[in-house]
Design a protein around this ligand. Sequence first.
Ligand SMILES: [Zn+2]
Length: 234
Amino acid sequence: MNSIEALIGLQETDGLIRDLEREAKDLPRRKAQENARLKGVTAAVEIAKSQLEALRVRIRETEEDASASRQRVKELKTQQATSNSNKEYQQLLAAIEGLEHEADAADARGFALTEDELPRLERQLNEAEAKLAAERGGVDGFCDELEGRLAEVKAELDRLAEERKAKAALVPPKSLLYYERLRTKRWPVVVTLNADAVCEGCHLKVPPSTEQMVEHKMELVACTNCGRLLYRDL
Ligand SMILES: [Zn+2]
């Protein structure tokens, strides 16, 4: 095995490692996204709950308004019974009628809220809760899958680290050093020089002298433009 073959073998393993490292980075991000989405659904439930609670307060207020007016009517009626002036009697009568009207109006408001608004908000809450339950199940399942995959990826990365060591040991030190330096800046590092003498890494043509060196399978021929290591037909 010459050094370019050994490098191609090493590059293969490095390619797998790069993909898996990217995936390992991406998995927690996807999990966080899922949980953020769930937070949105939870917020919808909280909003629906507070709207329903506010409506219940308003309904209670109409009941209190009606009962306060009726209490006042009772008091005025007692006063009316002991009244001995016709003028006062008529004034009390008008006040009583006005209060009875107010009590009826409060009842009507409460009735409308109870009949129309209440079922609508209760339905809204039920729907939000059902959606949350469904989403939570989905998200939990999905997050478990992501966790499982992350464990697989980590195990595979451990295995590949060993494989990489073995493959790197096959590459002559000088070639390895060149490869290691370049791979932080360029990927892939080892590429073919095509029939038109174009580097498959940077897509530029190399000079004939460089092409000849590749043709003669000299060790470590670098692209004159990008520095990648070139080979042709192993
Ligand atoms: Zn190049």
